[in-house]
Design a protein around this ligand. Sequence first.
Ligand SMILES: Cc1cc2nc3c(=O)[nH]c(=O)nc-3n(C[C@H](O)[C@H](O)[C@H](O)COP(=O)(O)OP(=O)(O)OC[C@H]3O[C@@H](n4cnc5c(N)ncnc54)[C@H](O)[C@@H]3O)c2cc1C
Length: 495
Amino acid sequence: MAAFDSQHDPVRRLTRIELIARLSDAIGPRAVLHRREELLLYEYDGSALDMAEPDVVVVPGSTADVATAVRIAGEAGWPIIARGAGTGLSGGSVPALGGVVVSLARLNRIVHIDPENRLAVVQPGVVNADLSVAAAHYGLHFAPDPSSQKSSTIGGNAAENAGGPHCLKYGVTTNHVIAATIVLSDGSIVRLGSEAPDAPGYDLLGAFVGSEGTLGIVTELTVRLTPDPEDVRTFLAIYDDLEPAADSVSAIIAAGIVPAALEMLEGEGIRVIEESVHAGYPTDAEAVLLIEIDGLRDDLDEQAGRIEAICRACGARDLHTARDEAQRARLWAGRKGALAACGRIRPHYHIQDGVVPRSRLTEVLRLTKDVAARYNLVIVNIFHAGDGNLHPLLLFDLREPGVLDRAMAAGEEILYACVAAGGTISGEHGIGLEKRDYMTWIYDPDDICAMLELRAAFDPYNVMNPCKQLPTGASCGDVKHARGAQRAIAAGAWV
Ligand SMILES: Cc1cc2nc3c(=O)[nH]c(=O)nc-3n(C[C@H](O)[C@H](O)[C@H](O)COP(=O)(O)OP(=O)(O)OC[C@H]3O[C@@H](n4cnc5c(N)ncnc54)[C@H](O)[C@@H]3O)c2cc1C
């Protein structure tokens, strides 16, 4: 868990009571929550380990009201924290220093679907899966599909640059957001990107997507919609060991096939999902790959044959093909319900989000086993194998004394091993509170300073989501001072 650095707490020029009064006058008392029992609901996110209570929550119903609330809070030096559905897994929407949480829950309208140009204009509080349901009528969908897609919002997806199983082929959220309306900390409203194919000038929208609420609050997005494929095939390749499964992942991509999705589940995870979701996974397997290909019907038979041959050559003991849409949906329900299912093993979790080159998967997966034994923890691996994006799920029961410290140390060791293997510290869950101090593993102080300067250009009041993403909310001077704290990075690491 991160220590919140209160020395970077901005100076507050209104008392809490004055702030509540100003906000209530400006956007209406019903949009301002300040009673303890109301605030408690906003003190955590999906990671559920870092918690902090906000001073006020505002629930504005328009971009203008977001801008008004942000201007009042920003001018008065109160921290401002955007919140979508709160499913984030790195503490991004936790109000580390208190302050004003801006919930986007009421901005939940699909404003417009433009099938001709394959675009949609949406408010940030639209739930990811709802957009695909609405676009299905036109044979279109929103391609980024985080496993949380039934609850996470498109604003939160953009802020985290969310990925998902089908992002292997279709690209992560940044590839699907083409324009956005943003409220900055002084209450100004800016438009980034364009509906034209390429906007001239600096790619500020590119900088904004993935900025975790530290640059501003998005109040409207224009996103690409992707045509539904003509046909889809889904396979479950079954293995008695990890290594041949990991080898199959590299071999499929090396053969020039880019599946729509290539997910891996191993050991204990397979069994607990099966008990909970009845997805049709073999409970005696040590690893399974959930592989999906899509595209033109005529191409799929040939690709399916090649995938089967590769998996068997690598050591798969069997390969099943989903018979129909119902069976395909069951296989995916298992994968997407994995995190919830693991609650059967232990009630609490710490999920990591390291990335490694595909060729190093086996080695890092083996290390997670070793770490689990040394720290006496249950660790389950269910992850986006095609992207090399590992999600070791460290499971424990907080009632056991000292277990949280062990879990955090074990998570850190695994993440560092990902970096040492030439990988990085986040594939999709963002940095948030949880990993901001690890940014110095992969970035040099000059890089961090450049990012702080970009942040200051967007956020002149230094109030947007403090303590998140970068190791300090203060200044370049502090980062340079901390230069000695940097850890060595393996040659060839992605920085
Ligand atoms: C079961 C489960 C499965 C998951 N699977 C995946 C997965 O497959 N892929 C993946 O990428 N993630 C996954 N996640 C993590 C999480 O769902 C994503 O990070 C998601 O994008 C967060 O969306 P949210 O609406 O819940 O945002 P929140 O958790 O509310 O916020 C996340 C961050 O975005 C900022 N933010 C939110 N809204 C805005 C806005 N309008 N403007 C500016 N900043 C904003 C917040 O300040 C915070 O920093 C999973 C989480 C769970 C619980």
